[in-house]
Design a binder for this molecule. Structure first.
Ligand code: CP3
Length: 346
């Protein structure tokens, strides 16, 4: 089986024949094949059955021609062995039944042994490695984003409960982040040892914080997770949204590749970061609903800003939205490959 390694080469800022492309949330409800499986199984049932998780991971690989696969799982799975509880209520997003807000709550968190307690994730990775001819990306949530769900008990807009723990009882915040960063670091290392060839750390909601608060309350813990993965010698992607003012600090926390959302032009984001890291991004997921000529302009604009520099991975600025037309996603893969390959030739 011939291996397409342009994704791994780009992570290491090496030369590529065309810009690699993959999408956050490339498996999901916008795909008819995924909806067919979800008619029979819940999201958690898919995660618990490695054959199903592997099948769902492969669906976008077959349909789109992407250059990397991302393991099908969820950033909130570690909440289950931690004893916080996790449920996906219909149309409401995640519900964590036992939120953590006090020191007693933190002390009640259960020790987690990823290899055993999240063994179904490792098994899905092993199955996938035997079937894939593109690299497999493992992932976890970053401590802040996972903590936000664990404190709020679900999704949030203002993160008020989270920030109250941080600002009113900093000792509780630091104890929670210490526990979570340890668990997430071990979870990521277990995924790498099971066969993940790169990993992404999702700090999806970290843009809710000022740089000062990021540095004090988040950076050391993200750094612990990112360093643990780096020590395993696979490329590490560090992703967040609304991060324009946080990018230099996120780079300091770690990552061979930094994810950019669409709010910052790719070249401006790359300038803020410096040329010694790779970047991933950054098409607005909503553009995938636009007519093809407009999509084409936007894809070309991103590639023009990347300017053929080594170390660009084409992706969206955040995950694919529900109801996205599959044919437009496929068209973006082809456009990004085609336009970047042309540039390599001139
Ligand atoms: O990218 C992939 O294809 C891999 C699978 C993946 C899922 N979740 C499956 C999923 C990944 C990488 C995630 C990460 C994740 N999960 C994040 C970080 C990335 C981001 O989007 O910012 C977050 C914040 C979560 C937590 C989460 N999971 C929420 C808030 C929800 C509900 C929102 C919704 O879309 O309904 C989920 C559910 C979830 N996880 C779905 C999928 C495909 C929804 C589809 C379903 O219910 O079948």
């Amino acid at each position: 089986m011939e291996m397409n390694d342009r994704f791994l080469r780009a992570c290491r800022r090496g030369p590529v024949d065309a810009t690699p492309v993959w999408f956050m949330r490339q498996a999901g409800r916008y795909m008819p094949e995924y909806r067919a499986i979800r008619e029979k199984y819940s999201l958690l049932e898919i995660c618990y059955h490695p054959e199903l998780a592997a099948e769902v991971t492969l669906q976008p690989v077959r349909a789109l021609g992407v250059d990397a696969a991302i393991l099908f799982a969820d950033i909130l799975l570690p909440a289950i062995p931690l004893g916080v509880g996790l449920e996906f209520a219909r149309g409401e997003g995640p519900v964590l039944q036992n939120p953590v807000r006090t020191m007693e709550d933190v002390k009640r968190l259960q020790p987690v042994h990823p290899e055993k307690d999240l063994g179904y994730v490792m098994e899905a990775i092993r199955i996938l490695r035997s079937e894939l001819s593109i690299p497999l990306i493992g992932f976890c949530g970053a401590p802040f984003t996972v903590a936000s769900y664990i404190v709020e008990g679900g999704s949030s807009r203002e993160f008020l409960k989270t920030k109250m723990v941080m600002y009113s009882t900093p000792e509780v915040w630091h104890a929670l982040m210490e526990t979570l960063s340890g668990v997430l670091a071990e979870y990521l290392v277990a995924q790498i040892r099971a066969g993940a060839q790169a990993v992404q750390v999702f700090d999806s909601w970290v843009g809710a914080l000022s740089p000062q608060d990021y540095e004090k309350f988040v950076l050391p813990y993200s750094q612990k997770v990112l360093q643990a993965a780096k020590a395993e010698n696979v490329p590490v992607i560090h992703f967040g949204t609304n991060t324009t003012t946080l990018l230099p600090l996120m780079k300091r926390a770690g990552g061979d590749v930094i994810g950019l959302d669409w709010r910052i032009p790719l070249d401006d984001g790359w300038s803020l970061l410096g040329s010694d890291v790779a970047v991933q991004g950054n098409l607005d997921p909503a553009i995938l609903f636009a007519p093809l000529p407009e999509i084409k302009v936007r894809v070309q604009d991103i590639l023009r800003r990347a300017a053929g520099r080594p170390g660009h991975i084409f992706n969206l600025g955040h995950g694919i939205l529900q109801h996205t037309p599959v044919e437009n996603v496929k068209a973006v893969v082809d456009m990004a490959h085609e336009f970047s390959a042309l540039r390599e030739k001139v």
